[in-house]
Design a protein around this ligand. Structure first.
Ligand code: CUA
Length: 361
C-alpha cells in the first residue's frame, strides 16, 4: 500500500503537477467556452446572419413537427395501455370473444394508413424545406467580396486574407475579423487531417480536407464576437481547436486590417528589446513569424500582432500575461500533444520575452 502511494507520488512529481492543479487547469480551460455559450456567442439558436437564419428555421420546423409526432405517438400508447388493462382480482371476467370483428379491423387499417400518409407528407415537407435551405445557403455569394483562406493545423487555424496586391495579403491566426453585412468567401483546407470549420451563429459546418479546397460563404448581419470550433474529431486536442470571428462595421474592420498589415512595433523599452533578443535567439524563431524581424517561420501561428488577440492557444486561454507565461514555458501542460516544445528560460529572460510579446499589439 505504502509502496503504491510512493509510486503515485513519484508519478505526480514526474509530471510536475498535482491532480488538483491539473483539475483547476481543466476547469479554467472549460470556463472560456462556457462563458461564450452563456453570452450566446456560440449558439446555433441565436443566428447572426442569413445562412444561420435559414438553418435555424429548418431546425425549428423539425423540432415542432417531431415534437408533435412524439406527443401523438405517446398519446396513442397511453390509450392502448389503458384499454389492454388486465382486470383486478375479484373483477368479473367476460369470456373472450373469438368472433372476427370486421368493423374493428377496418378501423385499424384506416388508422395505419393515415399514419403512413402523415409520415410521407411530413418527410416530403422536410425534404422540400431542407432542399430550399441548402440552395439558400449560397445565395449571399456576390462578385464584390472578401476572400479569406483558412488552413486547419493540429490544433490551430491559419488565416490568410487574399488580395490581388501582394502587399495587402494578410496572414494571422485563430482570430478572424470580417466586415458587417458583406459577403465573405471562405476557402478552407488542411495541412494534416480533416478538420471542420463551424461558427454556429453564422453558418453550418464545412470540412477542411487535406489537398482539397472547400468553399463556403458567410455574411454576418449583426456585429459581435462569435466563437467557432473545430467540429470534426482531429486528434488529441480537437476540443481545444477554437477560434473567434469578430464582426464589425467596415470602418472598424478596415482600421483593424491596416493595423495588422503593419510590421511588428519596434521595442520601446530596454526590457522589450531584451525580450526581442530572447525571441530571436531561442527556438521560438524556428516556428513563428514576427514581421519586421528575422523571424519568418510558418510552422506555428503568426505572432506579429499576437497581443491584439483576445485568446491564445486557439481559443483555449484568455490572452493574459500569466497564461502567456505558462504557455511559453510548457504548453504541453496546457494542451498535451501540441507541437510546441517546452522552453527552459531564465526568469529574467522570460519576463523580458513576455514584455516583448505583450508589446506586439
Ligand atoms: Cu480540428 Cu477537430
Amino acid at each position: 500500500m505504502k509502496g503504491k502511494r510512493q509510486e503515485a507520488k513519484g508519478k505526480e512529481q514526474k509530471c510536475g503537477r498535482s491532480p488538483r492543479a491539473e483539475y483547476s487547469s481543466i476547469f479554467a480551460s472549460c470556463l472560456l467556452p462556457l462563458a461564450f455559450c452563456l453570452l450566446n456567442s456560440q449558439s446555433a439558436l441565436d443566428p447572426a446572419g442569413p445562412q444561420s437564419g435559414r438553418i435555424i428555421s429548418l431546425w425549428w420546423l423539425m423540432f415542432y413537427v417531431t415534437g408533435a409526432v412524439f406527443v401523438i405517438v405517446m398519446g396513442f400508447l397511453v390509450v392502448a395501455l389503458a384499454r389492454s388493462r388486465r382486470p383486478r382480482s375479484g373483477e368479473a371476467v367476460d369470456a373472450p370473444d373469438t368472433r372476427p370483428d370486421a368493423g374493428g379491423e377496418r378501423r385499424m387499417s384506416r388508422v395505419v394508413l393515415a399514419g403512413i400518409a402523415a409520415t410521407v407528407v411530413i418527410l416530403f415537407v422536410f425534404l422540400v424545406h431542407s432542399f430550399l435551405t441548402g440552395r439558400a445557403l449560397d445565395s449571399v455569394a456576390a462578385k464584390d467580396h472578401l476572400t479569406v483562406k483558412v488552413t486547419g493545423h493540429q490544433w490551430w487555424w491559419e488565416v490568410q486574407y487574399d488580395n490581388q496586391t501582394a502587399a495587402y495579403v494578410l496572414t494571422t491566426a485563430n482570430e478572424i475579423h470580417i466586415p458587417l453585412g458583406q459577403p465573405v468567401l471562405f476557402k478552407l483546407t488542411s495541412t494534416d487531417v480533416i478538420h471542420s470549420f463551424w461558427v454556429p451563429n453564422l453558418h453550418g459546418k464545412t470540412d477542411l480536407i487535406p489537398g482539397h479546397e472547400a468553399v463556403t460563404w458567410i455574411r454576418a448581419d449583426r456585429a459581435g464576437t462569435y466563437r467557432g470550433q473545430c467540429a470534426e474529431f482531429c486528434g488529441h486536442q480537437h476540443a481545444h481547436m477554437a477560434f473567434t470571428v469578430v464582426v464589425e462595421p467596415y470602418e472598424k474592420f478596415k482600421a483593424w486590417y491596416d493595423s495588422q498589415l503593419a510590421p511588428a512595433p519596434q521595442p520601446s523599452t530596454p526590457s522589450q528589446a531584451r525580450g526581442q533578443q530572447v525571441f530571436l535567439s531561442s527556438p521560438c524563431v524556428m516556428c513563428h513569424t514576427v514581421r519586421g524581424t528575422d523571424a519568418g517561420a510558418r510552422v506555428g501561428p503568426e505572432l506579429t500582432h499576437v497581443a491584439s488577440r483576445g485568446t491564445i492557444a486557439a481559443g483555449t486561454l484568455e490572452n493574459t500575461r500569466g497564461h502567456l507565461a505558462g504557455w511559453v514555458v510548457d504548453s504541453q501542460k496546457i494542451k498535451p500533444g501540441n507541437h510546441m516544445p517546452p522552453n527552459n528560460l531564465e526568469p529574467a529572460d522570460l519576463q523580458a520575452l513576455l514584455d516583448y510579446l505583450q508589446s506586439l499589439k
